[in-house]
Design a protein around this ligand. Sequence first.
Ligand code: FMN
Length: 243
Amino acid sequence: MRTTMHHPGTPLHLLHLDSSARPGRGGIEPHGSWSRRLSHAFASRWRAARPHDRYTYRDLALQPPQPMPGNWVQAAFTPPAQRSVQLQAALTESDQLVAELRAADVLVVGLPMYNYGMPAALKAWADLVVRIGETFAITRTDGVTSYQPLLSDRPRRALLVTSRGAMGFGAGGDYAALNHADTALRAVLEFIGFTDIETVAAEGEETGGAVFEAAVAKALEQVERLAVRWSGAEQPAIAMHAA
Ligand SMILES: Cc1cc2nc3c(=O)[nH]c(=O)nc-3n(C[C@H](O)[C@H](O)[C@H](O)COP(=O)(O)O)c2cc1C
């Protein structure tokens, strides 16, 4: 894992995505979302530490990206200069989401587990940002295909904050093999060049009570610690010993 410290004086760009269908934040608004609570905790700590950074917020549940249109793949694989107006139009939303992601140094994603996977709107986002010639490349040598990430031009970090109704979906857990949510998004981000990806989970939302309260408290603490470490607010000497 790359652990490059961002210099506090260099402006960075934080991209913040949420994808829970529930609009409010858990524990703050009634029936709120815990993944939103965690992603906002990270973003507000980051922004307090680095008020001069750029910040972009996108609510994928409120404004879901279109599912991939029928001519999208053809459009993406057609060289830009040869694209018809229709093919260009098929890529408009993808162009915007790719540009937003390319501009980001740090990404925080609020990601609820829905039916063992990520919400459909977040999957639609992922399908639109993995773009040939934009975020990854393909080369063929002696008939063998290999893939190159194109967002590996500079250090990029991602924090995936997730909430799950049940328990045991984390690494080493009884149901780890059934987790196709944060693990799938991690694979996608690694594929396009993110090098430093962390996941923080609060499990047991459906159990609730003290069990989930403790899980949220621990997750909030982990998120805060990462925000301090990544924002460079912590002294490097201390960061070297941080978990
Ligand atoms: C449509 C739907 C599907 C869900 N599927 C799962 C699941 O597969 N596994 C699980 O542990 N929890 C599941 N849950 C529970 C959510 O993961 C849990 O409520 C979580 O807190 C949702 O995130 P949020 O609080 O950010 O909205 C599901 C909830 C919904 C609404």
